[in-house]
Design a binder for this molecule. Sequence first.
Ligand SMILES: *Cc1c(COP(=O)(O)O)cnc(C)c1O
Length: 464
Amino acid sequence: MTVISNHMPTAELQALDAAHHMHPFTTNADLARKGARVITGAKGVYLTDSEGQRILDGMAGLWCVNIGYGREEMAEVAARQIRELPYYNTFFQTTHVPAIALSAKLAELAPGDLNHVFYASGGSEANDTNIRMVRTYWAETGKPSKQIVISRKNAYHGSTMGGASLGGMTGMHAQGGMPIPGIHHIDQPHWWAEGGDMTPEEFGLERAGQLEAAILELGEDNVAAFIAEPVQGAGGVIVPPESYWPEIQRICDKYEILLIADEVITGFGRTGNWFGSQTLGIRPHIMTVAKALSSGYQPIGASIVCDKVAKVIDACEFNHGYTYHGHPVAAAVALKNLEIMEEDDILGHVRDVAAPHLKQGWESLADHPLVGEARIIGMMGSIALTPDKGRRAAFAAEAGTAGYICRERCFANDLVMRHVGDRMIIAPPLVINRDEIDLLISRARTALDETHAELKARDLMQAA
Ligand SMILES: *Cc1c(COP(=O)(O)O)cnc(C)c1O
């Protein structure tokens, strides 16, 4: 048996990593030449790497570690649950206390009559469930032709066949034969990049109107559901114009289309309320949750389903489920996470302290010569890098060139900030305090200065 300790030299860890570990969404051959950064520990909002470097995690891992790293109670709950009941299934007329307790808690927290929980190991699986659930719902209610799910370009709904098909990432669709049949994509409400001469409000209505046009074109009798993230996350933290969601809601109501809110990022406090649907004023029939459901301490996701849909699904045998549905350790840890959210009043901290302070700091970056816009909602923000602020111009260089440079400059300044094309995005742990926010903003500004200098030196400040 091989035991690999943190104390192995970094180069040896990197060599083993390159030899045997295939990284997701990565050109592994390039990474192998450079060597992956080895993360060895974390506490609060800081990561530590194998060289002893301390890095401020502006992304809460992958948008998940909302309560911050290193919460002892989470470890205790996991250990206790493993001793008591590490695993049992819920397929064959059995259940267990963690799944019961978490389901009841989620029903209490979720808005409206979202009272029923179907589990998964993550967001992608939950969205696969959603496709099958909405199609089954319509088949069982005598409308079997209602099968198409409408989604949006540049949406992210996961990486399984179903999730990636719902998603609107062209790079993902290009590999492996996606999207699967019965998925239709409309344009995204991304005013800065695609709004042209329209005001944001006009543009929001135009983009929402595409849903109605698609329903009419495909036929009302063929459309099962519309799925969207309340605020697009992986697409670049795109906050829709205010006119967008009310119009989408009106259209879903009018045509009786099921509305699925993919809350995998926006759930559990990210936008300042428990769910993004509350912040954006949406009434979904199903919410997809994962990520911050357990603050990333355990892999778990779920579909939270309204009374109307659950009643129909419960009346038939839904031939679907995952081995780790409601996994007891994951469920116990998720429940503890929600308890910590409540006991520490993390939503209160976000509302009164973190979100206003972060907004002030983040929006102050808009005066930087490289920044076209700085958008933020709750604890998720984005900035558009541009060679020409006045024209909202894209760079002449391949999309992502400037963003990648900026991400590297962030890393060099001990800040994790991610890039999506030439947009920089943040979603720090919700527990981040004022001083840590100040540090995040000052490191981001330094990284922007260095990026600007490098772009000028390499003659890359050219507009497309
Ligand atoms: C991350 C994400 C998913 C996929 O979740 P996984 O746990 O990676 O399967 C789905 N939807 C949204 C909005 C996400 O951000």
